[in-house]
Ligand binder design. Sequence first.
Ligand SMILES: [Zn+2]
Length: 85
Amino acid sequence: MKYNSQRFIMDREQLNALNAEGCPACGGKFTLGEPVVLACGAWEGGPKVIHDNEAVFDRRNQSYVERKCYAARMASTPVNTGVSP
Ligand SMILES: [Zn+2]
């Protein structure tokens, strides 16, 4: 496992917990057995679980970031803001 526990497969327990709200990146629901990641994004309150294909792995911070947020971040400031676990 290269990118550790930030990426995992959706299990039934997570599915029940997370589908009340849905995916914060696309607003859709999750599916059992689907790859998901814990990512930072434009939303409030720290990392959230989103679909794997909606996130980019940010090597500088060793964490996933939502694509749109990542693009905005790259455009505005290339500086590491020091947000790390
Ligand atoms: Zn999604």
